[in-house]
Design a protein around this ligand. Structure first.
Ligand SMILES: Nc1ncnc2c1ncn2[C@@H]1O[C@H](COP(=O)(O)OP(=O)(O)O)[C@@H](O)[C@H]1O
Ligand SMILES: [Mg+2]
Length: 568
């Protein structure tokens, strides 16, 4: 089943006469071994669709994309395509047949152009020998094929592809080389370049922004902007979502939910869902309380009857009291059955909002404004790092930027005291407490999710379970899962739960938006806005940076080749 939060009507009845879709999935199911990934899903993709697919890691986004692309057999349901202008699919981790050269891979993406070119050559050849009406007919055919070729920008294909590969950092590669020589990231970028140059009517992009640098990202945005056909995009990049998504499709528990009005509409709908959940829960609580009160009140009445009987002392009093007792017991019965009904259909308790807090009590001396004082650090062994001098104060926001591998994560570890150095000094306020969201998820101790959470936050398991349940980051049935069975997204959420529950002066957030849903990122940002402590963060997420930049106490560090500069 697919839940629609979109106003757009789906009209299967006139499908036969004039299809208003380019892809239609009906009652699709996909299972892998022991997992039902998609369960009886429907989806209509129209010719002007700009659809962004969201969902946790492993929820089935890529699986759905493969179904749309037609590269995955489903276990049930039907797929109808109506895209004469072609479909081009850039997979998350593209795999190509062994022994293929890079040029052959490119050709496989652009086979349609080659077919059209061959056709044009054949018709032109025939045209030379033809005369009269036959020549007119061939001329008209040639025109038709040329039109299609031009519409897909066939004449500029070679140039466009060269420029795309250049911008994606693949300009220098030898196209006769075996494609298996490329790294995973390079293969993804190769597919992306080919797809965006394909001129296909339907573009399918699975996490295209992963490992793109700024120039590549700019190229991608420009290319997507130029595309006139339909687009289905899997991404958690909120700038992308805001710019390109007209609808959002959420994949969760094997089901698809569609939301209209772009990313903002999606967030708004999510907020409304949350408000409705809070209301439903409050109503449930109120009804429960009311029914319990009714039971008590009527029980008291029943209990009071014998006394009244003695006092009344009249024959008809006997009758009256019996009647009253009858009314009260039936009310009790009614209320009790209502309580049973409510108990068997509990409204789920809505999650509390995320909130970070400083350690309780004045753990730091009142006058300690400076939390970390860095003075000319030198670290000689790898990862090499050197800094000038600066002070990190309470309440500040520090944004650490720099290219991949420059040493940003190492700098954070040094500030928190986890990484040694040879020269200089880092003074930390005594009793300074730090919390982390790490880029590389470390080992999780404990035999279950809840035990890991309890250990990390220094609580008894029962108390920890209550705290974790309130956060709403996990379904209670996940609490007993073994940490090794958690997905990357779930481990990220575990870290987030730990950070929120351990009071700290400084939060080190290393690529915090990786592996968590955009809606949760928004919640995290809201929580940080109210956090009185200090936040030190590394993030490539443009929206995250943007939101941070409006903070009055923003400081910036730029790391390049192990050298740390304070940006003024
Ligand atoms: N070819 C496959 N064989 C077995 N399991 C698979 C295969 N492809 C995906 N899965 C499983 O299906 C689930 C959904 O995967 P996927 O669609 O890649 O999720 P997403 O793209 O949302 O991260 C995961 O549990 C994944 O392990
Ligand atoms: Mg995927």
């Amino acid at each position: 089943m697919t839940h629609s939060h979109d106003q757009r009507p789906v009209s299967p009845e006139n499908r036969e006469s004039a299809p208003d879709y380019i892809c239609l999935l009906e009652d699709i199911s996909v299972s892998f071994a022991d997992r039902d990934v998609l369960v009886h899903c429907d989806l209509t993709i129209s010719g002007r669709e700009r659809l962004a697919v969201l969902g946790d890691n492993g929820s089935g986004k890529s699986t759905l994309m493969r179904v749309i692309a037609g590269t995955l057999e489903t276990d049930g349901g039907q797929r109808h395509m109506n895209a004469p202008g072609g479909v081009a699919y850039a997979a998350q981790n593209p795999r190509f047949a062994a022994g293929m050269s890079i040029q052959q891979v490119i050709d496989s993406f652009h086979a349609r152009f080659r077919e059209l070119e061959t056709l044009m050559r054949i018709i032109s050849g025939k045209l030379q020998a033809a005369e009269g009406a036959a020549a007119d007919r061939l001329m008209a055919q040639l025109q038709q094929v040329t039109d299609i070729y031009e519409a897909a920008d066939g004449y500029t294909l070679a140039q466009r592809l060269d420029s795309a590969l250049q911008q994606l950092g693949l300009g220098e590669m030898n196209r006769e080389a075996d494609v298996s020589r490329l790294s995973g990231g390079q293969r993804s970028r190769l597919a992306l370049a080919c797809v965006l140059c394909s001129g296909a009517q339907l573009l399918l992009l699975d996490e295209p922004t992963n490992d793109l640098d700024e120039a590549a990202l700019a190229w991608l945005e420009k290319s997507v902007d130029k595309h006139r056909g339909a687009l289905v995009l899997i991404t958690h990049d909120r700038m992308f979502l805001k710019r390109f998504a007209r609808s959002i499709l959420e994949v969760h528990d094997g089901q698809l939910s569609r939301y209209g009005n772009g990313y903002d509409g999606y967030l708004h709908a999510k907020e409304q869902e949350r408000a409705a959940a809070v209301e439903a829960y409050d109503l449930w609580l109120a009804e429960m309380a009311h029914s319990k009160k009714l039971v008590e009140k009527n029980a008291a009445r029943v209990a009071a009857i014998p006394r009244k009987m003695e006092m009344a002392g009249f024959g008809h009093g006997n009758f009256r009291s019996r009647e009253r007792s009858h009314g009260s017991t039936s009310k009790i019965r009614q209320a009790k059955s209502r309580i049973e009904e409510l108990e068997s259909n509990p409204a789920p308790k809505p999650a509390t909002e995320l909130e970070f807090s400083l350690p309780a009590g004045a753990a730091l001396h009142e006058s300690t404004e400076t939390l970390i004082h860095v003075q000319k650090i030198r670290r000689e062994q790898p990862p090499k790092l050197s800094t000038g001098s600066f002070e990190v104060k309470l309440g500040e926001r520090w944004l650490v930027t720099g290219p991949n591998g420059a040493g940003k994560s190492s700098l954070l570890k040094m500030l928190s005291g986890e990484l040694d150095y040879e020269g200089g000094i880092i003074q930390r306020a005594s009793d300074l407490r730090c919390a982390w969201l790490r880029q590389d998820l470390g080992e999780v101790t404990g035999d279950s999710l809840i035990e890991a959470f309890a250990l990390a936050t220094d609580q008894y398991v029962d108390d920890a379970a209550e705290v974790l349940a309130k956060l709403g980051l996990f379904a209670p049935e996940d609490f007993l899962r073994h940490p090794l069975a958690l997905s990357v997204g779930q481990r990220r959420r575990l870290e987030l739960a730990i950070a929120v529950s351990s009071q700290a002066h400084v939060l080190f957030l290393d690529e915090p938006t990786n592996h968590i849903s955009p809606a949760l990122v928004e919640q995290l940002e809201d929580a940080l806005e109210d956090f009185p402590g200090t936040v030190v963060t590394v993030s490539h997420d443009r929206r995250w940076q943007q939101k941070l930049k409006v903070h009055p106490d923003l400081q910036r560090l730029h790391v390049r080749d192990g050298s740390v500069q304070v940006v003024r």
